[in-house]
Design a protein around this ligand. Structure first.
Ligand code: OOG
Length: 255
Protein backbone atom coordinates (compact mmCIF):
# COMPACT_ATOMS: atom_id res chain seq x y z
CA UNK A 1 0.00 0.00 0.00
CA UNK A 2 1.20 3.50 -0.81
CA UNK A 3 2.33 5.46 2.21
CA UNK A 4 0.37 8.68 1.82
CA UNK A 5 2.48 10.65 4.28
CA UNK A 6 5.61 9.83 2.27
CA UNK A 7 3.88 11.24 -0.81
CA UNK A 8 2.81 14.33 1.15
CA UNK A 9 6.43 14.88 2.19
CA UNK A 10 7.49 14.54 -1.41
CA UNK A 11 5.07 17.20 -2.76
CA UNK A 12 5.80 19.50 0.17
CA UNK A 13 9.57 19.20 -0.32
CA UNK A 14 9.20 19.81 -4.06
CA UNK A 15 7.30 23.04 -3.27
CA UNK A 16 9.73 24.17 -0.59
CA UNK A 17 12.80 23.47 -2.68
CA UNK A 18 11.24 24.67 -5.97
CA UNK A 19 12.29 21.41 -7.59
CA UNK A 20 10.11 19.61 -10.11
CA UNK A 21 9.13 16.01 -9.39
CA UNK A 22 7.75 13.18 -11.49
CA UNK A 23 4.03 12.51 -11.34
CA UNK A 24 2.97 10.30 -8.46
CA UNK A 25 0.58 8.41 -10.69
CA UNK A 26 3.42 7.51 -13.06
CA UNK A 27 5.45 5.84 -10.33
CA UNK A 28 3.25 2.93 -9.52
CA UNK A 29 1.20 4.91 -7.00
CA UNK A 30 -2.34 4.16 -8.08
CA UNK A 31 -3.81 7.03 -6.13
CA UNK A 32 -7.56 7.26 -5.78
CA UNK A 33 -9.05 10.75 -5.62
CA UNK A 34 -9.75 10.18 -1.92
CA UNK A 35 -6.08 9.29 -1.34
CA UNK A 36 -5.02 12.34 -3.34
CA UNK A 37 -7.04 14.67 -1.08
CA UNK A 38 -5.54 12.89 1.93
CA UNK A 39 -2.03 13.60 0.55
CA UNK A 40 -3.06 17.24 0.09
CA UNK A 41 -4.33 17.39 3.68
CA UNK A 42 -1.11 15.87 5.03
CA UNK A 43 1.03 18.30 3.02
CA UNK A 44 -1.01 21.27 4.34
CA UNK A 45 -0.57 19.90 7.87
CA UNK A 46 3.19 20.10 7.32
CA UNK A 47 2.88 23.78 6.33
CA UNK A 48 0.77 24.52 9.39
CA UNK A 49 3.28 22.72 11.61
CA UNK A 50 5.94 25.06 10.23
CA UNK A 51 3.89 28.01 11.42
CA UNK A 52 1.85 28.92 8.34
CA UNK A 53 -1.74 30.07 8.92
CA UNK A 54 -4.68 28.52 7.11
CA UNK A 55 -6.54 31.18 5.07
CA UNK A 56 -9.09 29.41 2.92
CA UNK A 57 -9.62 27.36 -0.19
CA UNK A 58 -9.35 27.71 -3.95
CA UNK A 59 -11.39 26.03 -6.62
CA UNK A 60 -9.72 24.74 -9.77
CA UNK A 61 -11.02 23.90 -13.22
CA UNK A 62 -14.22 25.87 -12.75
CA UNK A 63 -13.86 27.23 -16.28
CA UNK A 64 -13.83 25.40 -19.57
CA UNK A 65 -10.73 27.38 -20.62
CA UNK A 66 -8.75 25.89 -17.73
CA UNK A 67 -10.03 22.36 -18.24
CA UNK A 68 -9.03 22.52 -21.89
CA UNK A 69 -5.62 24.04 -21.14
CA UNK A 70 -4.73 21.31 -18.62
CA UNK A 71 -6.58 18.35 -20.17
CA UNK A 72 -8.69 17.50 -17.12
CA UNK A 73 -12.44 17.42 -16.80
CA UNK A 74 -13.44 17.79 -13.19
CA UNK A 75 -13.53 20.46 -10.58
CA UNK A 76 -10.93 20.29 -7.82
CA UNK A 77 -10.04 22.28 -4.72
CA UNK A 78 -6.92 23.16 -2.80
CA UNK A 79 -5.99 25.06 0.33
CA UNK A 80 -4.49 28.50 0.86
CA UNK A 81 -2.30 29.81 3.65
CA UNK A 82 -1.66 33.44 4.52
CA UNK A 83 1.99 32.93 3.69
CA UNK A 84 1.00 32.40 0.02
CA UNK A 85 -0.38 35.93 -0.12
CA UNK A 86 1.49 38.60 -2.09
CA UNK A 87 0.54 42.26 -1.54
CA UNK A 88 -1.26 44.11 -4.31
CA UNK A 89 1.39 45.95 -6.35
CA UNK A 90 4.31 44.04 -4.80
CA UNK A 91 7.36 42.86 -6.72
CA UNK A 92 8.22 39.18 -6.42
CA UNK A 93 11.20 37.11 -7.48
CA UNK A 94 10.79 33.90 -9.46
CA UNK A 95 13.30 32.10 -7.22
CA UNK A 96 10.76 30.29 -4.98
CA UNK A 97 8.92 28.85 -8.01
CA UNK A 98 9.53 26.08 -10.54
CA UNK A 99 7.53 27.26 -13.59
CA UNK A 100 4.89 29.65 -12.25
CA UNK A 101 1.83 30.73 -14.17
CA UNK A 102 -0.69 33.43 -13.36
CA UNK A 103 -4.43 33.57 -13.88
CA UNK A 104 -7.35 35.97 -13.34
CA UNK A 105 -9.82 35.19 -10.58
CA UNK A 106 -12.49 36.54 -8.27
CA UNK A 107 -12.07 36.12 -4.49
CA UNK A 108 -14.71 35.98 -1.76
CA UNK A 109 -14.48 36.63 1.94
CA UNK A 110 -17.11 34.81 3.98
CA UNK A 111 -19.01 36.81 6.57
CA UNK A 112 -20.97 33.75 7.71
CA UNK A 113 -20.17 30.03 7.78
CA UNK A 114 -21.01 28.07 4.66
CA UNK A 115 -21.52 24.36 4.89
CA UNK A 116 -22.98 21.42 3.05
CA UNK A 117 -25.63 21.64 0.38
CA UNK A 118 -26.39 25.33 -0.06
CA UNK A 119 -28.37 27.22 -2.69
CA UNK A 120 -26.94 30.02 -4.79
CA UNK A 121 -28.87 32.55 -2.71
CA UNK A 122 -27.54 31.09 0.55
CA UNK A 123 -24.01 31.19 -0.85
CA UNK A 124 -24.44 34.82 -1.89
CA UNK A 125 -25.76 35.85 1.49
CA UNK A 126 -22.76 34.32 3.26
CA UNK A 127 -20.36 36.66 1.44
CA UNK A 128 -19.01 39.70 3.22
CA UNK A 129 -16.79 41.05 0.43
CA UNK A 130 -15.60 40.39 -3.12
CA UNK A 131 -12.39 41.36 -4.89
CA UNK A 132 -10.49 40.75 -8.11
CA UNK A 133 -7.54 38.41 -7.63
CA UNK A 134 -4.51 37.00 -9.39
CA UNK A 135 -3.54 33.44 -8.60
CA UNK A 136 0.00 32.14 -9.05
CA UNK A 137 -0.03 28.43 -9.75
CA UNK A 138 3.14 26.38 -9.87
CA UNK A 139 2.72 22.68 -10.44
CA UNK A 140 5.37 20.70 -8.63
CA UNK A 141 5.29 18.18 -11.51
CA UNK A 142 7.80 18.31 -14.35
CA UNK A 143 6.51 20.08 -17.46
CA UNK A 144 3.35 21.18 -15.60
CA UNK A 145 1.76 17.86 -16.56
CA UNK A 146 -0.43 15.82 -14.24
CA UNK A 147 -3.48 13.60 -13.83
CA UNK A 148 -6.45 14.83 -11.80
CA UNK A 149 -5.23 12.81 -8.78
CA UNK A 150 -1.69 14.18 -9.13
CA UNK A 151 -2.83 17.81 -9.15
CA UNK A 152 -5.15 17.26 -6.18
CA UNK A 153 -2.28 15.71 -4.19
CA UNK A 154 -0.18 18.76 -5.13
CA UNK A 155 -2.73 21.10 -3.52
CA UNK A 156 -4.19 22.10 -6.90
CA UNK A 157 -0.88 23.78 -7.86
CA UNK A 158 -1.54 26.51 -5.24
CA UNK A 159 1.44 28.72 -4.83
CA UNK A 160 0.49 32.37 -4.37
CA UNK A 161 -2.29 34.88 -4.70
CA UNK A 162 -2.77 38.63 -4.85
CA UNK A 163 -6.01 40.27 -3.71
CA UNK A 164 -7.30 43.59 -5.01
CA UNK A 165 -9.48 45.98 -3.00
CA UNK A 166 -12.50 44.47 -1.30
CA UNK A 167 -16.01 45.50 -2.41
CA UNK A 168 -19.35 45.03 -0.76
CA UNK A 169 -21.18 42.10 -2.36
CA UNK A 170 -24.01 44.29 -3.63
CA UNK A 171 -23.16 44.17 -7.30
CA UNK A 172 -23.86 41.59 -9.97
CA UNK A 173 -20.70 39.65 -10.78
CA UNK A 174 -22.06 37.07 -13.19
CA UNK A 175 -20.69 38.74 -16.34
CA UNK A 176 -17.81 41.09 -15.62
CA UNK A 177 -15.19 41.70 -18.30
CA UNK A 178 -11.70 40.63 -17.17
CA UNK A 179 -8.49 41.60 -18.95
CA UNK A 180 -5.08 40.38 -17.78
CA UNK A 181 -2.20 42.47 -19.09
CA UNK A 182 1.54 41.83 -19.24
CA UNK A 183 3.39 45.15 -19.47
CA UNK A 184 0.23 46.89 -20.66
CA UNK A 185 -0.56 44.33 -23.37
CA UNK A 186 -3.67 42.16 -23.02
CA UNK A 187 -2.65 38.49 -22.75
CA UNK A 188 -5.95 36.99 -21.57
CA UNK A 189 -9.41 38.44 -22.06
CA UNK A 190 -12.50 36.86 -20.56
CA UNK A 191 -15.54 37.23 -18.41
CA UNK A 192 -16.41 36.15 -14.89
CA UNK A 193 -19.26 34.24 -16.58
CA UNK A 194 -16.62 31.68 -17.61
CA UNK A 195 -16.42 30.63 -13.94
CA UNK A 196 -19.28 28.10 -13.73
CA UNK A 197 -21.60 30.63 -15.41
CA UNK A 198 -21.45 32.75 -12.25
CA UNK A 199 -18.55 32.82 -9.74
CA UNK A 200 -21.01 32.50 -6.87
CA UNK A 201 -21.54 28.91 -8.04
CA UNK A 202 -17.94 28.27 -6.96
CA UNK A 203 -19.11 28.94 -3.42
CA UNK A 204 -21.90 26.38 -3.73
CA UNK A 205 -19.28 23.88 -4.91
CA UNK A 206 -16.79 24.95 -2.22
CA UNK A 207 -19.38 24.37 0.51
CA UNK A 208 -20.17 20.90 -0.84
CA UNK A 209 -16.54 19.86 -1.31
CA UNK A 210 -15.41 21.19 2.06
CA UNK A 211 -18.28 19.40 3.74
CA UNK A 212 -17.36 16.12 2.04
CA UNK A 213 -13.82 16.59 3.36
CA UNK A 214 -15.03 17.37 6.89
CA UNK A 215 -13.70 20.92 6.67
CA UNK A 216 -15.59 23.94 8.08
CA UNK A 217 -15.80 27.10 5.98
CA UNK A 218 -16.12 29.61 8.80
CA UNK A 219 -16.68 33.37 8.66
CA UNK A 220 -13.37 34.93 7.63
CA UNK A 221 -12.54 32.16 5.14
CA UNK A 222 -11.12 33.27 1.82
CA UNK A 223 -12.31 31.48 -1.32
CA UNK A 224 -10.78 31.81 -4.78
CA UNK A 225 -13.42 30.96 -7.38
CA UNK A 226 -11.10 29.55 -10.07
CA UNK A 227 -9.60 31.15 -13.16
CA UNK A 228 -11.79 32.76 -15.80
CA UNK A 229 -9.23 32.17 -18.57
CA UNK A 230 -6.21 29.99 -19.32
CA UNK A 231 -3.09 30.74 -17.26
CA UNK A 232 -0.02 32.60 -18.59
CA UNK A 233 3.60 31.72 -17.74
CA UNK A 234 5.13 34.33 -15.42
CA UNK A 235 8.35 35.83 -16.71
CA UNK A 236 11.10 37.94 -15.17
CA UNK A 237 10.57 41.66 -15.71
CA UNK A 238 6.86 41.47 -16.35
CA UNK A 239 4.26 43.72 -14.77
CA UNK A 240 0.94 41.92 -14.48
CA UNK A 241 -2.32 43.81 -14.14
CA UNK A 242 -5.80 42.38 -14.01
CA UNK A 243 -8.61 44.80 -14.83
CA UNK A 244 -12.05 43.60 -13.80
CA UNK A 245 -15.17 45.55 -14.64
CA UNK A 246 -16.78 47.05 -11.51
CA UNK A 247 -14.10 45.57 -9.24
CA UNK A 248 -11.02 47.49 -10.41
CA UNK A 249 -7.45 46.32 -10.75
CA UNK A 250 -4.99 44.08 -8.97
CA UNK A 251 -1.34 43.89 -9.93
CA UNK A 252 2.10 42.50 -9.31
CA UNK A 253 5.58 42.83 -10.79
CA UNK A 254 8.24 40.22 -11.28
CA UNK A 255 11.87 41.29 -10.75
C1 OOG B 1 -4.41 23.46 -11.46
C2 OOG B 1 -5.11 24.57 -10.78
C3 OOG B 1 -6.31 25.07 -11.57
C4 OOG B 1 -7.90 27.03 -11.76
O1 OOG B 1 -8.16 28.18 -11.39
O2 OOG B 1 -8.54 26.46 -12.63
C5 OOG B 1 -6.75 26.38 -11.11
C6 OOG B 1 -3.49 23.91 -12.55
O3 OOG B 1 -3.95 24.38 -13.60
O4 OOG B 1 -2.28 23.74 -12.38
O5 OOG B 1 -6.18 26.96 -10.20
Amino acid sequence: MTDLSTLATRVDDAARNATAMTQLSGQGHALSLTDAYRVQQLSIARRLQRGETWAGIKLGFTSRAKMLQMGVDDLIWGQLTREMMVGDGDTISLAPFIHPRIEPEIAFLLGKPLQGKVTLVEAMSAVEAICPALEIIDSRYADFRFSLEDVVADNASSSGFVLGSWHRPDLAIDNLGMVMEFNGRAVQIGSSAAILGNPYRSLVEAARLADEAGLQLEAGTLILAGAATAAEPLQAGVHVRLKTQQLGTVELSVS
